[in-house]
Ligand binder design. Structure first.
Ligand SMILES: [Zn+2]
Length: 323
């Protein structure tokens, strides 16, 4: 189901705002640089006129002149680089910077939607615009082993290495991951590390708590008109996004309908060879009892299963900060 016009326009507006912000920042940066390096303006003007002359000499087929102009241009470019570097700038500072260099913040590459546009659709449909803020806090750079002791620390290092492998091999091998562990052992943090790396490399990620997923599955069929519409709009991405993260499986209240829909969802993704990452504080036995034997057997046959060590990190963090 395509986006409604108002949703589409809302996304386009964010691109227009981003472009305006980039332009403003570039203008301010250029004004600052020119103020600091007054010689830059006349050097730029000379470069422009030399480039124009080079084109004219090429058209006139005057190779000798073209060659000598090229030398002059190269000298001036080196001089420009030197002037900039003396003040702590690089040539890149004279160019616009983009949030998404792939589409230069237009949302499109040719006539195709850019991956960032697809992610914007997902963020809008799943109300996950806050996800990027969370991922700024919870990623591999901020991951700390401090909260794991002794053998737990070694186990966690292996799991982090596995997570990095999951990311590196993401485009070449089909993998799914089930992270098991007690409440507060870092499952969500590790999922977020993976989500951030994959989003940064242009993959589409849908992040849902199990509660949100089951609510969506249920609403799409049993909800009011608005709920059904929202559910049906979101459905295609559940099956097609590059990575679906289902966090905290076992904290929702499933019923026979949502359990069968859950099976459909993970099975469909396996058939489409789309990766899924599930985290749960249940053990295998409880997963089987709650979500049926066939669901568990699909997970066992297609998922890498990792048990996270340790007890509740959040409690330990709190204890330490209060001492
Ligand atoms: Zn883009």
């Amino acid at each position: 189901m395509p986006l409604m016009n108002s949703q589409y326009e809302a996304i386009l507006r964010t691109y227009a705002n981003r472009q305006a912000k980039n332009r403003r920042e570039l203008e301010e940066r250029l004004a600052g640089i020119q103020k600091q390096i007054p010689a830059l303006a006349s050097l730029e003007a000379s470069l422009v006129s030399l480039q124009a002359e080079k084109v004219r000499s090429a058209i006139a087929d005057n190779r000798e002149r073209k060659c000598s102009l090229e030398n002059e241009i190269s000298l001036l470019q080196n001089e420009k680089k030197r002037l900039l570097e003396a003040e702590g700038y690089t040539l890149k500072d004279l160019e616009p910077s983009f949030t998404c260099p792939d589409c230069q913040d237009t949302g499109f590459i040719g006539t195709e939607k850019c991956h960032c546009f697809l992610q914007a659709e997902i963020d809008l449909l799943y109300h996950q615009s806050h996800l990027k803020e969370i991922l700024k806090q919870e990623n591999f750079r901020t991951f700390s082993y401090t909260w794991y002791e002794g053998a737990d620390r070694e186990t966690m290092k292996r799991h982090v290495m596995d997570a990095r492998f999951f990311i590196e091999a993401f485009d070449t091998s089909f993998q799914n991951l089930l992270l098991l562990g007690e409440v507060g052992t870092g499952k969500t943090f590790l999922s977020n590390c993976i989500a951030k790396e994959l989003m940064d490399s242009g993959h589409s990620v849908v992040y849902l708590t199990a509660f949100q997923l089951f609510q969506l599955l249920s609403r799409a069929v049993f909800g009011d008109h608005h709920g059904q519409e929202a559910g049906q709009q979101a459905y295609p991405y559940l099956f097609d996004c590059d990575l679906l993260i289902i966090d905290d499986l076992g904290t929702e209240l499933p019923n026979s309908f949502t359990i069968s829909q859950f099976f459909l969802c993970i099975n469909e993704r396996i058939l489409r060879r789309k990766s899924t990452l599930i985290s749960s504080n249940l053990d295998m036995e409880a997963l089987k009892n709650t979500y049926s034997e066939r669901t568990l057997s699909r997970i066992i046959s297609s998922y890498t299963i990792r048990q996270l060590p340790g007890s509740d990190i959040r409690i330990r963090k709190k204890l330490q900060s209060s001492t």
